[in-house]
Write a protein that binds this ligand. Structure first.
Ligand code: IPE
Ligand code: IPE
Ligand code: MG
Length: 252
């Protein structure tokens, strides 16, 4: 049977509250949080997921204090330096989604280097959403379309091709840790029909066992995409909907 969950997206939330509970500074939570990312990526590879997208820094996170922002950038740098070996070794294709323009040149160079070295990998498509905003991604796609085909209305097919990383496709499952039940401007277009899973576990306490259990549980859910059974996918359902709509239009 074809796997239902191919692309998982995670909002890695709760580092600050995890640290606060332990009377430590927020950055302590970020350090612990970043230390578990590697094991979740490994679990995604083991599970043979096609894609994993991790929300690491949003366009709204610039509103945090400057020292926290700087620490987060430093942690990303450290993480990538350490993980680049595993990314290559495990045949992972790595990309940052979001605008890396404002980052410092060393970090940008490191990101580009890992992206280039892993470009031909055929395993997990790992994306780090960094300086990422769902609305910004949609606006960027629409603006690209206006440049490419001025005066022509944009379609879903155009849109899907103009996203930051078109090849990863729809999100099948979005997991958010730390208890808040919101999307916070993550992958708005790609999550149109995603299954959502919220856990109260804070990101630094999240484990690969929990991750595997969530996927197993969600695999059992009925995904109907507006239809009545669990056999299709979004694209197939949209095609049937279009045919039926045209048929019904003709009858009155
Ligand atoms: C998630 O943890 C990490 C980032 C947003 C960068 P938070 O820093 O949001 O932690 P809480 O939500 O304040 O606990
Ligand atoms: C979402 O978490 C962004 C990341 C995990 C990177 P936030 O902590 O920024 O989200 P809000 O502020 O609770 O919506
Ligand atoms: Mg948060």
């Amino acid at each position: 049977m074809e796997k239902k969950i191919k692309h998982v997206a995670i909002i890695m939330d709760g580092n600050g509250r995890w640290a606060k509970q332990r009377f430590r500074p927020r950055i302590w939570g970020h350090i612990r949080g970043s230390s578990i990312v590697g094991s979740i990526v490994e679990a995604a590879s083991d599970l043979e997921l096609q894609a994993l997208t991790l929300y690491a820094f949003s366009t709204e996170n610039w509103s945090r204090p400057e020292d926290e922002i700087r620490s987060l950038f430093k942690l990303l740098h450290k993480f990538l330096k350490k993980e680049s070996v595993n990314i290559i070794k495990n045949n992972i294709q790595f990309k940052v989604v979001g605008n890396i323009e404002p980052l410092d040149s060393n970090l940008k160079a490191l990101i580009t280097d890992i992206e280039n070295k892993s470009a031909k990998a055929s395993g997990l498509k790992l994306s780090f959403a960094f300086n990422y905003g769902g609305r910004q991604e949609i606006l960027d796609a629409v603006n690209k379309h206006i440049q490419l085909k001025p005066g022509i209305a944009i379609t879903e097919i155009d849109m899907n091709k103009l996203l930051y990383r078109p090849e990863v496709g729809e999100v099948d499952l979005m997991i958010r840790t730390a208890g808040d039940q919101r999307i916070s401007n993550f992958l708005l277009w790609q999550m149109a029909y995603a299954e959502l899973y919220f856990t109260t576990v804070k990101w630094p306490d999240f484990t690969n066992i929990m991750f595997k259990k969530i996927i197993e549980e969600v695999e059992k859910r009925d995904r109907r995409f507006g239809g009545l059974d669990n056999s299709g996918n979004l694209q197939a359902s949209q095609e049937v909907a279009k045919i039926n709509l045209n048929k019904l239009k003709d009858t009155h």
